[in-house]
Design a protein around this ligand. Structure first.
Ligand code: DQA
Length: 263
């Protein structure tokens, strides 16, 4: 089974290329969308933890995010007229606790994401899987009520957990109702990259109907960002501007290498 969002299929064919937008305000975000013309991109991730950090009042911030999401979706639709295809929008608030740019408590995090999906602001939403279980369940329910695809996520910016632990986390994300479990880990050496790839293949072989996204970060892990089709990762993050995590490479290079690896 694949997950289809606005005609983009996660779980079949070449891994989908996701470009993060890390602008600090709406003009910057709209410029970043404009810069996607002609790029190899299948999906856009709006990292809202970078956005409007000047708005410390959470209600004002939430209103700006919802307005921004609508504007960005409009801009992505206009790109479609340029032959880019109606690119889906993934909304991600990466919390400081998981390597992001802004801290937020569990209840505020859940309320924010639930409001964004209820307002129709996202085709897909990233939900950090191992925050407060009740709050996470509430966001997943709100997303599914709004027909928004849930990417559950987990990050370790310092180390790579053991093989069974990585597979176990992916299984827990699947069991909590995520459509697409995702994990990003940091390798200390190449053996850690092999562990991430082994976990990817083990989960994928046992759960071919659940698309997953996995990556080993940093320079040592770059191979994991291009090898998804071989080992079973359905998407990869690449740059068309600023990177949002260590080890991301430009979209054009990603596309070329992935094509070469699947021939
Ligand atoms: O979860 C991820 C993966 C990521 O951390 C990466 O390593 O490419 C980049 C983030 O923007 C995204 O939300």
């Amino acid at each position: 089974m694949t997950i289809s969002v606005r005609g983009t299929e996660l779980g079949s064919g070449r891994p989908k290329i996701i470009v993060p937008i890390t602008a600090k305000d709406l003009d910057g975000a709209l410029d970043a969308v404009g810069a996607l013309v002609g790029q190899d991109v299948d999906l856009v991730e709006w990292r809202i933890d970078y956005f409007r950090q000047d708005l410390t009042d959470l209600d004002a911030y939430q209103a700006a995010v919802i307005d921004g999401a609508q504007r960005l979706r409009g801009a992505l639709d206009e790109l479609a007229a340029d032959g880019q295809g109606g690119l889906p929008l993934l909304v991600t608030f990466r919390t400081a606790a998981e390597g992001g740019e802004r801290a937020i408590d569990d209840a505020d995090y859940a309320a924010l994401l639930s409001a964004v999906v209820a307002a129709g602001g996202a085709d897909l939403v990233d939900v950090e899987a191992f925050r407060d279980a009740e709050q996470v369940a509430a966001v997943i329910e709100a997303a599914h009520t709004a027909s928004t695809v849930v990417i559950a996520s987990n990050h370790d910016f310092h180390a790579t957990p053991a093989l069974e632990e990585i597979v176990g986390r992916l299984e827990r994300m699947r069991d909590m109702g995520a459509d697409v479990p995702k994990i990003a880990v940091m390798p200390q050496d190449p053996a850690d990259v092999l562990t991430l790839l082994r976990a990817t293949w083990d989960f994928h072989a046992a759960n071919p109907d659940t698309p997953i996204i996995t990556m080993s970060m940093g320079a040592t892990g770059v191979v994991s960002r291009v090898a998804g089709r071989t080992f079973g990762s359905a998407a990869t993050f690449g740059t068309a501007g600023a990177a949002s995590a260590p080890g991301q490479i430009p979209t054009g290079t990603l596309a070329q290498v992935m094509d070469a690896l699947s021939d």
